[in-house]
Ligand binder design. Structure first.
Ligand SMILES: *[C@@H]1O[C@H](CO)[C@@H](O)[C@H](O)[C@H]1NC(C)=O
Ligand SMILES: *[C@@H]1O[C@H](CO)[C@@H](O)[C@H](O)[C@H]1NC(C)=O
Ligand SMILES: *[C@@H]1O[C@H](CO)[C@@H](O)[C@H](O)[C@H]1NC(C)=O
Length: 391
């Protein structure tokens, strides 16, 4: 633009020179001035246009910004007013005092108060409310542990519970994963456990005598729980309707819980369970019930009932499992006859140490190209699957 300007200027000077040559007496100065004026008027217009655009942009940005501010402020305003005085106190105590003195935070008072706050209309305080609730749920577990258990857990030195031993949080700051391993276990599972409504996986591996007692009634609150593992505890009989609430369970593992009784909750067979592992605790022959469950027939991939004192024979309905890849029934007292067909999807079969089993396995099993492992030691079975499969 500037070179163009200079060019224009030079041509005008040249014109002026020619002009001067022709008419020397009249207005020698004005033509270049005129050109310069036109030039500067054009730049002034451009400048004005630029200014106008800037002002317009500023106004538009302002309107958008104000709208955003109004939108974000609007829902927050009623929240702070709708929060009860008690809830506000619980919240401010949690944010101000709990970090330096986590064991003196009044969970027994504040947990029910904060649980009653509707989070949807308190978006501004939601995160702190969730944090305080999760903190109190976990602290109850810690408080229920003996001194050896508390030392092993090492919790409640701060409120950063997502970093505590055995605790994993999801992106919203709720406890999603909880792994309690002896000696870091409570003496019983406290009712506050039901406050951890974001739990997806709970693993409790106790020291045989602890944890003891029943599951807390709040356990039915854990509706997102998909993986439940209870091992080496003195937890008593699971409520019969437990799995009417815990409908997200896909993996259930119960190992060495001698006081749990030998019958499974009837609600269990309604679940589309993928993995059922019950080991080293006695069951009163659950195979007929389990294998005739339509939900299990569609979804079960792993059935492990090793060392559960199974008696009787494997029912014919077992062949209806459409997805079963592992059938583990070792260390039991199973008897013949065999079902005429095993699930065609079966990859691993373990019937080891069922001394009462005799005869031969069905030829359809031996023909299966999917079967990769077949353990038949300490049985009276002739030939086994290995012989058929690899002959
Ligand atoms: C169960 O969860 C709801 C919120 O989902 C809560 O209001 C209730 O207090 C919880 N119950 C227990 C015993 O924690
Ligand atoms: C075989 O199974 C029985 C239960 O039927 C059990 O008591 C025994 O310990 C098992 N043997 C081995 C070697 O695992
Ligand atoms: C197993 O395979 C043999 C030979 O390949 C065949 O004759 C027999 O019908 C098969 N049995 C079953 C149950 O598929």
């Amino acid at each position: 633009m500037s070179s163009k300007f200079r060019e224009d200027f030079d041509t005008s000077r040249f014109t002026k020179f020619l002009f001067d040559m022709r008419i020397q007496e009249e207005l020698p100065e004005w033509p270049p001035l005129h050109v310069q004026k036109r030039k500067s008027r054009r730049t002034r217009i451009i400048l004005l246009l630029c200014l106008l655009i800037i002002v317009l942009l500023f106004l538009i940005a302002n309107v958008i910004f104000l709208n955003i501010r109004v939108l974000s402020v609007q829902p927050a305003t009623p929240s702070s007013t709708s929060l009860s005085v008690n809830a506000q106190q619980c919240l401010s105590q949690y944010t101000l005092n709990a970090p330096s003195s986590p064991s003196s935070y009044p969970c027994s008072t504040c947990l029910p108060i904060l649980q009653a706050v509707p989070l949807s209309s308190n978006s501004q305080n939601a995160q702190q409310i969730i944090n305080a609730i999760q903190f109190c749920g976990l602290r109850a577990i810690f408080d229920t542990a003996n001194s050896q258990g508390q030392a092993s857990l090492g919790w409640v030195n701060d409120v950063k519970f997502c970093a505590w031993n055995g605790v994993t949080c999801d992106s919203s700051g709720s406890v999603a994963n909880l792994q309690l391993t002896f000696p870091g276990v409570p003496s019983s599972l406290p009712n506050e456990l039901g406050a951890l409504t974001g739990l997806k996986s709970l693993q409790v591996i106790g020291g045989n005598s602890i944890p003891a007692g029943a599951l807390p009634s709040s356990f039915t609150n854990l509706t997102d729980l998909s993986n439940l593992h209870i091992e080496a505890t003195s937890i008593t009989q699971l409520p019969d309707n437990l799995f009417s609430s815990l409908t997200a369970i896909t993996t259930l593992t119960l190992i060495r819980n001698p006081t749990m009784g030998s019958s499974l909750p009837s609600s269990l067979t309604q679940l589309p369970l993928q993995n059922l592992v019950i080991n080293s605790q006695s069951l009163t022959n659950p195979l007929p019930t389990l294998s005739s469950s339509p939900a299990f027939q569609a979804s079960l991939k792993l059935l492990d009932l090793s060392s559960t004192s199974l008696t009787g024979s494997i029912p014919n309905t077992i062949s209806s499992f459409a997805s079963l890849t592992q059938l583990l029934l070792s260390n039991n007292n199973l008897q013949p006859p065999f079902p005429s067909n095993f699930p065609p999807s079966l990859q691993i079969l373990n019937l080891q140490n069922n001394t009462g089993l005799s005869g031969t396995l069905p030829s359809s099993l031996c023909n299966s190209t999917l079967l990769t492992s077949c353990e038949l030691g300490s049985t009276g079975l002739i030939g086994g699957c290995g012989l058929c499969q690899f002959s």
